[in-house]
Design a protein around this ligand. Structure first.
Ligand SMILES: [Mg+2]
Length: 392
């Protein structure tokens, strides 16, 4: 069996261009689907996959680890920059999809699972509608409460909010009070049994992240995400040690050695590796083993498209330390038209039962994808109160 072509299909989904990767083989009808979505870097990803495909054409697609090593190590530059790590991931997912189809088993079974009966999912406030999630001001506690109630009415038992505003590296209590009021309003709106998460988007400095974390600690958040830059491992470790709330991070960490630093310093309790940015399922399995040695849980980052979700679920059904799957479902109204999924989501509790189809269990509808060609992503910028550039 040989790889004959590696193609990319770009599907404009408003905030993101989904980049689907199709690995074609010389076996009639046997193809694999992957995803390498990297918002605001779509053309780079498409180019990186084209550059890398020359290494793989003519190779056996079921030699996944061998091909992963080739993609990561050949041509001198190691593949852990965000563009290469994402491109590798897209191809790696498609190769695993082929392996599952050859074995005629869902990937979770290929990986030794399923290890659980269902996977729990959570949503963003607004379900993926970018204005609701990213642009609700932290001082609008009432709106946070309304969106929280809507998530619960949709069946979710857990949701994520961006209740921490952008700040200067050091600020006083005003933004901290706003964040606490927003979380208090959500807690009041949904009661004590729903799990609330707060994502800081790595906007705060370590000192501000600690202030926000302390102010929110008594609300019993399920996790507190990216309270400072992921590069600032000591800052994360300091915040994680100071809080009862588990700190989550890792969505921008792209390789095993960097996760090693994060785990060794106990910078997180929850590892948010992004399967489409960390080198794919081949790399995710190694990161998961390392996390397990530290008793750190897994909650992969997944605001991308439907292949990324399928990969996160197959991973979740095969990894004991996996706790919850991030999902978006309202980013574009035609999400379900571009993909046929193998798993089923139960409305009550928004839990997912295992996929029974081979591989990732998904079929991409190429005709539907063509209806949504590449468009430049919406430009989103973030500035401090003095007009200086801050993190988005
Ligand atoms: Mg995040």
């Amino acid at each position: 069996m040989k790889i004959t072509a590696i193609e990319t299909l770009v599907c404009h989904a408003r905030m993101r261009n989904w980049v689907f990767v199709k690995v074609v083989t010389d076996q009639p009808g046997l193809i694999g689907w992957g995803e390498a979505t990297l918002e605001w870097h779509t053309r780079s990803i498409v180019g990186a996959i084209e550059d890398m495909s020359h290494l793989l054409i003519g190779e056996d697609p079921t030699r996944v680890e061998y091909l992963w090593q080739m993609m990561y190590r050949q041509h001198f530059w190691h593949g852990h920059g965000i563009v290469r790590a994402t491109a590798i991931a897209g191809i790696d997912l498609a190769l695993w999809d082929i392996v599952g189809k050859v074995a005629n088993m869902p990937l979770s079974k290929v990986f030794g699972g399923p290890v659980r009966d269902f996977v729990r999912t959570y949503c963003h406030l607004g379900g993926g509608k970018m204005e609701d999630f990213y642009q609700t001001p932290a001082d609008n506690a009432k709106r946070f409460a309304e969106l929280a109630q809507a998530a619960v009415a949709d069946g979710y038992t857990a949701f994520k909010s961006m209740a921490v505003p952008s700040t200067m590296p050091i600020e006083g209590q005003k933004p901290v009070r706003a964040a606490a009021a927003a979380v208090a309003a959500m807690r009041e709106a949904v009661g004590p049994d729903i799990d609330i998460m707060v994502d800081c988007h790595a906007r705060p400095s370590p000192a501000m992240g600690l202030k926000f974390g302390k102010a929110l600690d008594d609300f019993g958040l399920y996790f507190f995400e990216e309270p400072c830059w992921p590069e600032c491992v000591d800052g994360l470790a300091r915040i994680n040690a100071a809080l009862t709330t588990p700190v989550a991070s890792g969505e921008r960490v792209t390789h095993l050695e960097a996760f090693k630093d994060l785990f060794e310093k106990r910078a997180v309790e929850i590892c948010q590796l992004d399967i489409t940015h960390c080198g794919g399922l081949s790399a995710a399995k190694r990161i998961a083993a390392l996390a397990e040695a530290h008793r750190i849980s897994l909650a992969p980052h997944n605001p991308q498209g439907p292949v990324s979700t399928a990969a996160s679920l197959e991973f979740g059904f095969s990894q004991p330390s996996y706790i919850i799957c991030e999902t978006v479902h309202n980013d574009v109204p035609w999400r379900q038209d571009v993909v046929e999924e193998g798993f089923t989501v139960e409305k009550k509790g928004r839990i997912v039962r295992p996929n029974t189809k081979p591989g990732l269990g998904i079929t991409i509808n190429e005709a539907e994808v063509k209806k949504h060609p590449f468009q430049q992503e919406i430009v989103l910028r973030e500035f401090g109160s003095d007009g200086g550039v801050t993190d988005w």
